[in-house]
Design a protein around this ligand. Structure first.
Ligand SMILES: [Zn+2]
Length: 266
């Protein structure tokens, strides 16, 4: 059995066929999925979108969630006071099917003014505090901001570990995250033509630190002809990593599933 440790089936791209896709991914061996929150409101709405009451559960993967606010969404909902945002997060982490805090982190890819920069840092710190308080592992979104993110993370010694989702750094950066006890979410980006450096890094990272992910509907692998990415690509990504590391696909499946189960307690 595979685990897709990071996918977003609550997104509008799946409005027409969300449960059909979920049934298909179960058939192709993906038995558990993690759905990270993105916007503040997705901490409430994703449960309604993925409401499986009335459906046959054994035909669907087990669905788990995270509570959090993505670094590129922290300047939305500006009219809602920060205390209220925090309350939404605190309510969300109480939910039984919430297994981690995130997506949180830093994203310097897009042009930002100073106010946006400050807001990203404020919510990163705030979410690390909540993760520590509730002893939750982290789902980290870090883009072109590894040095700053590592500095912030060092201020919050982790009670539980976490995963650097959609990891795209080099070996030096990977070593730093390994030292901190973190895992790496590896998905479609490792298959892209321009990802030579990432492929070298993935060869270097121990399999015991790797989780499989798609980030569906985003981050399509190289071979993907569909408009949107889905977890149907997970077995192929496992195969790709196996070839890179010169090990069997079964080993990748077994160890990455064990990694995700241990990290998220699922
Ligand atoms: Zn994501």
């Amino acid at each position: 059995m595979f685990i897709d440790s990071h996918c977003h089936y609550d997104r509008k791209q799946f409005n027409k066929n969300r449960f059909e896709i979920l049934a298909d991914i179960k058939l192709c061996g993906v038995g558990k999925i993690i759905t990270p929150a993105i916007e503040l409101e997705s901490n409430v709405t994703m449960y309604e979108k993925l409401d499986i009451s009335g459906l046959s559960r054994e035909k669907l993967p087990e669905i788990y969630y995270t509570a959090g606010i993505h670094p590129t969404r922290v300047w939305r909902n500006g009219s809602i006071p920060e205390k209220e945002w925090e309350n939404v997060l605190r309510n969300a982490v109480e939910n039984d099917c919430v297994v981690a805090l995130g997506e949180t982190g830093l994203d310097y890819h897009h042009q930002m003014d100073e106010n946006m920069f400050e807001k990203q840092h404020f919510w990163f710190h705030k979410q690390l505090e909540i993760a520590q308080e509730f002893k939750l592992p982290l789902v980290l979104h870090i883009r072109q901001a590894d040095i700053d993110a590592i500095e912030v993370l060092k201020q919050y010694p982790l009670k539980e570990s976490g995963v650097v989702h959609c990891f795209n750094g080099d070996i030096t950066v990977a070593e730093k995250y390994i030292e901190m006890g973190l895992f790496f979410g590896i998905g479609g980006s490792v298959t892209l033509d321009e990802s030579d450096s990432l492929r070298e890094t993935v060869k270097h990272i121990p399999l015991e630190r790797i989780l499989l992910e798609t980030d569906a509907p985003y981050v399509c692998p190289k071979w993907c002809n569909d408009r949107w990415n889905t977890s149907l690509n997970i077995p192929k990504i496992a195969d790709y990593i196996a070839k890179l590391k010169n090990i069997s696909a079964e080993e990748v499946e077994y160890i990455t599933t064990e990694n995700a189960e241990n990290l998220f307690g699922i």
